[in-house]
Write a protein that binds this ligand. Structure first.
Ligand SMILES: *[C@@H]1O[C@H](CO)[C@@H](O)[C@H](O)[C@H]1NC(C)=O
Ligand SMILES: *[C@@H]1O[C@H](CO)[C@@H](O)[C@H](O)[C@H]1NC(C)=O
Ligand SMILES: *[C@@H]1O[C@H](CO)[C@@H](O)[C@H](O)[C@H]1NC(C)=O
Ligand SMILES: *[C@@H]1O[C@H](CO)[C@@H](O)[C@H](O)[C@H]1NC(C)=O
Ligand SMILES: *[C@@H]1O[C@H](CO)[C@@H](O)[C@H](O)[C@H]1NC(C)=O
Length: 950
């Protein structure tokens, strides 16, 4: 295999060189200082000009000659320009073509990389490697920083995690399976960033710098209680980070103003302020009494290493680099790794990372300190490290697992380094352990050695990855008994993905108090309960397969925006999907008429009124509502808010706000009836931009902050299927390619769901059905392009699955988008024949019911012994002719406008004649046509009213 690949690469290298030459001649024409018009003239005079390293370029498309196919292929940007000599992998990066930035119209920027030198330095007889190309992170897609993520092991049965969302959860082995328990800080405390365990006491640190301690209430419920540092100074202390000491008896903290604090006793609390190094600060603690008790190593924000020893004078010592080592010596403020007896019985090593992404070692050997540079794998930037030892004693043998800026894990094969023997191939020192399929490892966050041969790493998408030796780990495998032998374990590793809870946008269900394997503490296996046992068994089986439902898709670069046309929706879905919107459950809703007028239908003291809201521009649709404000789109695609300020009604132009954008679509549903809002400072509405991107508007506390979430690289967005009703923090969208995608609000990542090529979704919105907020089981309903009902279902046994429901009957397809879902088991749909259909779950069987449309002859109530839901078929057929007798301006068939539910017992439809009609659920749980509602613009005045005796 390896041989074949090498060969393949070699064949490609020469083409780079040719290509570089072609591109360079193109650029040289455009050098700003050149005032000529002849390209050959320019070339002649500027070929050797290197001082101006920024070039302007008027071409955005680049081609590369592919030898294999003997054709020119268009290249993707950013693209590295390589200069290759001979045929033997001897390539140097000489530059990069980057995609243009937003606003830079049609320009592409070329930067020549000045770090192309890779000369070797020789100091202290050791091999040192300088980073070769560090600026190419964009090429491999630099990941976002995940500052809130941390992992700690409380015991073999319990791992505590702080997630990207700032929540705290515990992965607990209940004896049968891993369960997930929430331990979130209260809302006012904000986001958690780390957890500490000292003497059986658990502390959490919030992003605001406040420490909390877990305590049990009288009824044994754990709660977080603020645990403020008590110091002489009266100023409030904000903590930035902390490290538990090596003996696990105290915690050292560094504060936001750069001090070193120590918590040496928690009950009663005893705090010591150790101050800071002279002329510097404490930005991170890298070693807390692991090298020697009482000695703390810290890093200042300028990247210098300091040693604090309370028993020596001076208290602080700076570890400086020798003069000749001037390159990349600033250290990253991150915890280091400490190893004893690496180079002898009295040696200690402290491994650290530099800001340039290299591994360095501060080594104490025979009472002398020395710097050792280990470097980094070629083209990689190291961002965190995890120490792996065979028996957790921090001694040799050991290995280091390092995560890179591009989201891979490398194992540093340090035994090769032993004795400073000349290493022939640097690459052999670094063993690439990669990352799980379809996802990356979070950058800059240390992993955790859970057990020997089992490592946990937080993933960039919010889940966890377990890197384990084949067959000894994975999601379904509990703590394994310790291996006694010091036999070198196998070096074959496998990745498994461990799902995260909904707080991170994922599907791990929180544990319950019910009897069964999901029970937090008991984890009972109830043989009598078949469903539960199969469930736990399949859960374990499904454990390692979570990732197969979706794959990561990078967001399309924003550069393409300027080049692209505005999307014109052939179906005018804004008008169909967003004509109606509930304002106050049961009391008020809005109607946007075909002509662009905005009316509110509201109930005051049991009487219903139409109220017109006049706006200078015509309205197109109501795209969302939040906390008493309605978000509308007008004919110019501007987003306009209608809200009440005191007694006044006001309009706010949201598109006119900072970074505001034009929109063509929004989210189908706000809160379902009966559910009270869970207010968070992250509350947002989402919209579809004119160019097919997803836009986030943070609306909590009236922030009105816009964010461009872009679109998946595979496709532009056609519409929003669901926003956070199915999964918290997840927005499901349909691409213009008819495929399902999801956007994770917490991580900002796009995923695509696997879907049959032959199943193409319509561009309309969908409906989420989640019967209980306790369980994540539920479905998304959508209409396919050819008018069939499609369900995308999730349950803990099988994960995600597509289900096709088809159409209600032959010759009738479904039109518009899916309607409201009521009671977690009834879904309203509109047929191409103008009838309303109900798809409902009867025990475990899905059934169709035809609800027809409201017209005078169609009186319900007499003949409904048989059908449980909706009215009798036969009766409607009989009266079908009669409806034609209604007034000329009337057409009581139901229009393909997306219906809304005004309350849990009421659904409002629009009729083809412009009237509205309401269905209500009677006390014996049947849906009946209740009344029609004349609108100010409908010319049909026939009134339909049912008085169903109940
Ligand atoms: C690689 O190319 C450089 C010139 O760019 C040359 O000095 C060096 O000897 C070459 N190395 C190998 C291994 O061919
Ligand atoms: C932890 O326990 C040790 C030994 O009992 C004690 O000396 C130390 O002060 C305790 N630390 C904290 C933070 O309570
Ligand atoms: C690490 O180096 C040792 C000694 O050269 C070698 O035996 C071992 O196979 C290497 N490990 C890996 C994972 O390559
Ligand atoms: C809203 O603001 C945008 C951008 O400033 C402007 O073009 C548009 O005319 C405004 N619309 C209304 C209705 O004021
Ligand atoms: C809801 O609206 C009220 C009144 O405008 C405002 O004071 C409050 O901050 C809003 N709440 C949220 C969560 O945005």
């Amino acid at each position: 295999m390896a041989h074949v690949r090498d060969h393949h690469q070699q064949r490609f290298f020469p083409s780079f060189l040719i290509w570089v030459i072609i591109i360079q001649s193109l650029f040289l024409i455009k050098i700003p200082s050149c005032s000529c018009s002849s390209s050959s003239w320019c070339q002649h005079h500027h070929t050797h000009q290197h001082t101006n390293r920024k070039f302007e370029q008027k071409t955005t498309i680049f081609w590369e000659f592919e030898e294999e196919s003997k054709t020119w292929v268009r290249v993707k940007l950013p693209y590295d320009l390589l200069s290759c000599v001979n045929d033997n992998n001897n390539c140097t990066k000489v530059g990069i073509i980057e995609p243009i930035n937003e606003g830079n119209n049609d320009e592409t920027r070329i930067e020549l990389d000045q770090e192309q030198d890779s000369k070797e330095e020789d100091g202290h007889g050791e091999r040192k490697k300088k980073k070769m190309i560090k600026k190419d992170e964009r090429k491999i897609g630099v990941l976002a920083s995940r500052n809130r993520i941390s992992l700690i092991k409380m015991s073999d049965d319990s791992i505590w995690v702080t997630g990207v969302s700032g929540s705290i959860y515990e992965r607990f082995w209940n004896g049968l399976q891993w369960v997930v328990a929430p331990h979130e800080l209260h809302v006012q405390a904000g986001y958690a960033v780390s957890i500490f365990l000292v003497n059986h006491t658990v502390f959490a640190l919030s992003e605001a710098g406040i420490l909390y301690q877990i305590q049990l209430t009288e009824n044994s419920q754990p709660i977080w209680v603020e645990f403020a540092p008590i110091l002489d100074s009266s100023t409030t202390i904000q903590i930035k980070s902390g490290v538990t000491s090596h003996d696990k008896e105290r915690i050292y903290f560094c504060t936001q103003n750069g001090l070193l604090l120590e918590l040496s006793e928690s009950g009663p609390p005893r705090w010591v302020n150790h101050g800071k190094p002279p002329g510097a600060d404490v930005a991170a603690i890298v070693d807390a009494a692991a090298i020697r008790p009482q000695v703390i190593f810290t890093i200042s924000s300028s990247g210098d290493l300091y040693e604090f020893d309370r028993t020596s004078k001076p208290l602080w010592k700076k570890h400086i680099w020798s003069k000749e080592m001037t390159q990349d010596t600033a250290l990253t403020p991150l915890i280091g790794c400490t190893v004893h007896r690496r180079t002898g019985s009295h040696s200690d090593s402290l491994f650290l990372l530099t800001k340039g992404g290299n591994l360095v070692e501060r080594r104490l050997h025979q009472r002398k300190w020395k710097w050792v540079i280990h470097g980094s794998p070629r083209d990689e930037h190291l961002t965190s490290m995890t120490l792996v030892t065979l028996d957790e004693t921090y001694t040799h043998p050991f290995s280091l697992f390092l995560t890179t800026a591009s989201g891979s894990v490398f194992e540093y094969n340090i035994s090769k380094q032993q004795g400073y023997a000349q290493v022939k191939h640097v690459e052999e020192l670094w063993v690439n352990r990669m990352h799980p399929p379809h996802t990356k490892v979070a950058k800059g966050v240390a992993g955790l050695q859970y057990q020997v041969g089992r490592l946990l790493f937080p993933l960039d998408d919010g889940r966890l990855g377990e890197l384990h030796q084949s067959k000894t780990g994975g999601d379904g495998v509990g703590p394994t008994p310790p291996i006694n032998t010091r036999r070198r374990a196998s070096t074959k590793y496998t990745w498994s993905i461990i799902d995260a809870p909904e707080s991170e946008g994922w599907n791990a269900e929180y544990c319950t108090d019910d009897r069964g394997p999901l029970n937090c503490f008991a984890g009972v296996k109830d043989e009598l309960n078949d469903e539960e046992t199969t469930r736990s068994a399949s859960r374990r089986r499904a454990g390692n397969k979570v990732h197969e439902h979706y794959y990561l898709t990078s967001p399309a670069s924003s550069r393409s925006r300027s080049q692209e046309e505005t999307y014109t929706d052939p179906e005018n879905s804004v008008n169909k999907n967003f004509r109606l919107r509930v304002m106050h459950e049961g009391r008020s809703f809005f109607l946007v008429t075909e002509g662009g007028l905005l009316y509110e239908y509201l109930n005051i003291e049991n009487a219903w009124f139409w109220l017109q809201h006049e706006h200078p521009t015509a309205m197109k649709g109501a795209l969302g509502s939040y906390n008493g404000s309605l978000f509308l789109v007008d004919e110019n695609k501007d987003l306009i808010i209608r809200e009440r300020a005191g007694n006044e009604l006001t309009w706010i132009n949201c598109t006119g706000a900072k970074k505001g954008r034009q929109v063509i679509g929004g989210t189908p549903w706000d809160l379902p009836p009966g559910r009270s809002p869970k207010v968070t400072p992250e509350d947002s509405l989402f919209f579809v931009s004119k160019t097919g991107g997803l836009l986030q508007l943070t609306v909590a506390l009236r922030k009105l902050k816009w964010k461009d979430c872009r679109n998946p690289s595979d496709s532009k967005i056609a519409g929003i299927i669901d926003k956070e009703l199915f999964r918290e923090n997840i927005v499901f969208v349909v691409g213009r390619d008819g495929q399902l995608y999801q956007y994770n609000k917490v991580t900002g990542l796009w995923h695509r769901h696997y879907q049959s090529q032959h199943m193409v979704l319509s561009r309309h919105s969908g409906t989420a059905m989640r019967p209980s907020s306790q369980s994540l089981t539920g479905s998304l309903f959508m209409i396919s392009e050819d008018g069939r009902l499609i369900e995308y279902h999730w349950n803990p046994m099988d994960g995600w699955n597509w289900v096709e429901h088809g159409t209600p009957c032959l010759g009738v397809i479904l039109v518009g988008s899916t309607g409201p879902c009521i009671g977690g088991n009834q879904l309203f749909l509109i047929g191409s024949n103008g009838n309303v259909y109900l798809r409902y779950l009867d025990q475990v069987t899905w059934k169709w019911s035809d609800c027809g449309f409201p017209y005078i002859g169609n009186i319900v109530g007499e003949n409904r012994q048989e059908e449980k839901v909706c009215i009798d078929q036969e009766l409607r057929h009989k009266t079908h002719q009669e409806c034609k007798k209604e007034a000329d301006n009337c057409d009581p068939k139901v229009a393909p406008t997306r219906p809304i539910s005004l309350a849990e017992t009421s659904v409002i439809f629009e009729l083809r004649d412009g009237r509205l009609a309401e269905m209500q659920r009677t006390e014996d749980l049947q849906w009946v046509w209740w009344r029609t509602i004349g609108t100010p613009t409908s010319r049909c005045n026939v009134i339909y009213w049912t008085a169903v005796a109940s």
